[in-house]
Design a protein around this ligand. Structure first.
Ligand SMILES: [Zn+2]
Length: 49
């Protein structure tokens, strides 16, 4: 009864341009124009500092 989304399998990834380095950024959510997107490298750098 709790299983409503049976069709959900692997997570879908979207491709966007990294706002920091301009490289390709893969994100598990839909990119929005008013929000900067970062690639995994830049995201890790921002988190580490
Ligand atoms: Zn980047």
């Amino acid at each position: 009864m709790a299983r409503k989304n049976a069709a959900r399998g692997a997570r879908e990834y979207h491709t966007a341009v990294c706002a920091s380095c301009g490289g390709e950024a893969r994100i598990p959510f839909e990119p929005k124009d008013d929000r900067p997107v970062y690639c995994s490298d830049c995201f890790a750098k921002m988190k580490g500092e």
